[in-house]
Design a protein. Structure first.
Length: 432
């Protein structure tokens, strides 16, 4: 949750106060709006064959170079779309201030797919330099990842042609993960390798407890080429089609059956007691300036002082603008109560600690462009923290997400089995 810090004021107080009033009026007028439809790029309309193919690809560990990591490994619905696993990324050295609690990926593999010792992680799994964000808050955003490097325009990685002119951040996010060596890929993984892996794989061969829609699709078309033919009209497997399918599946994961959604629709009984006090506190402390209903994020990027910008330049690495140093994307509060860890560093292990961070949050320069941020400070009591937590826990959790029911149902991954171990490429092939 991003709040408001005490900052130096670089514009006249009267103008800032007027801008703040306008912001609050706009916020008030939109506070009870329903979630808008998920934007779908014209180049990639959602169809049922494409959706179910995307669901299978999203949960298939065989897409990684060693058969141990699926997209869903790091984005599990019952954990708010984030990763219940935790690993330590030591930065430049171990046990110091630059350490981050990130998501474990595959072990370091050379170009042939054979294990090689890594300077940071040795022979163990590599760990991402930021915690995995929820994929549920990504559906309306123009740019994704903590730093926004998954941009709106999509280029076909094989041809360089523009595949989506605007609105394809989800597709770009998929393309990045498939060849990221710290996450799913061996060193210098080629797109030919990705396509060959999918071509040979028996869909979800490593998973069990398949959802009914997935089980039916695999029974009707037991190979990926057949599934791609149903989704795209022919059996060609390409990187852009993989991205199109997975993004189509993700666009159906709309968490809109919360108590808040019933309250916004006019059911005043849906929000009561401490949860209602929490909603009022969220507004009183101007948390909604960034965690703006109904999405409970404004999809912008800010530095809130979680860690020094020198340790992670954040948004600046994308924009190359020094004013963006340390800025990170505002996460949604929807289903945030299910998250295992909080902030891009993963350093807060519970929701209360993440909210309480704002009580003593460091003052930052007035550079984020949000009207009025220099005019007030946090004076939250522990009662306010508890009320806000109650609101997030009881008003913003969709029970379908929590309980893994359709469309948030999923298979059980091979890596979740008690005897799961890293797989060699050769052993993975025998299971395909």
């Amino acid at each position: 949750m991003r709040g408001v810090h005490s900052r130096s004021i670089v514009e006249p107080k009267l103008a800032a106060a007027g801008a703040l009033l306008a912001t609050l009026l706009i916020s008030a007028s939109t506070a009870l709006a329903a979630l808008p439809p998920v934007p779908v790029p014209a180049e990639n309309p959602v169809t049922e064959p494409k959706r179910v193919l995307g669901k299978m690809l999203f949960w298939d560990e065989q897409l990684s170079s060693d058969g141990s990591i699926a997209c869903g490994t790091c984005h599990r619905p019952e954990r708010g779309g984030a990763d219940p696993r935790v690993g330590r990324n030591p930065g430049v050295d171990k046990g110091t201030i630059d350490d981050v609690l990130g998501s474990p990926g595959i072990v370091s593999l050379d170009r042939a797919g054979l294990p090689e010792s890594n300077p940071q992680f040795g022979d163990g799994p590599q760990v991402t330099p930021r915690a995995a964000p929820s994929n549920f808050g990504a559906l309306w955003a123009d740019e994704l990842f903590w730093d926004g490097r998954a941009r709106s325009q999509v280029e076909d990685p094989l041809t360089g042609a523009v595949a989506i002119a605007r609105g394809g951040a989800l597709e770009n996010q998929v393309l990045a993960a498939l060849v990221a060596p710290g996450e799913m890929a061996k060193r210098d993984r080629s797109w030919a390798d990705v396509m060959d892996t999918i071509q040979r794989a028996r869909p979800l061969a490593l998973a069990t407890d398949l959802p009914k829609d997935v089980e039916a699709a695999r029974a009707a078309r037991p190979t990926y080429p057949a599934l791609f033919e149903a989704a795209f009209g022919d059996s060609r497997i390409t990187p852009i089609r993989v991205a199109f399918a997975i993004a189509s599946y993700e666009r159906t994961l709309v968490s809109d059956q919360t108590a808040w959604d019933r309250y916004a629709a006019g059911d005043e009984s849906a929000l009561a007691g401490r949860a209602l006090y929490g909603w009022r506190a969220l507004q009183a402390f101007h948390c909604t300036a960034c965690h703006t209903p109904p999405q409970f994020t404004n999809n912008e990027f800010f530095e809130i002082g979680v860690r020094r910008a020198a340790l992670d330049r954040g948004r600046e690495l994308v924009t190359h603008d020094a004013a963006d140093a340390g800025d990170m994307k505002v996460p949604t509060l929807r289903d945030a109560a299910l998250l295992p860890r909080f902030m891009h560093t993963g350093e807060f292990g519970n929701l209360g600690a993440a909210i309480a961070f704002y009580i003593n949050a460091p003052a930052l320069p007035e550079r984020d462009g949000i009207p009025g941020f220099g005019l007030y400070t946090f004076n939250m009591s522990q009662i306010d923290v508890a009320d806000i937590r109650e609101f997030i826990e009881h008003a913003l959790v969709d029970p379908r997400v929590r309980d893994k029911t359709f469309p948030f149902d999923r298979p059980k991954l091979r890596s979740e089995q008690p005897d799961a171990a890293p797989r060699t490429p050769a052993r993975t092939e025998t299971l395909q």
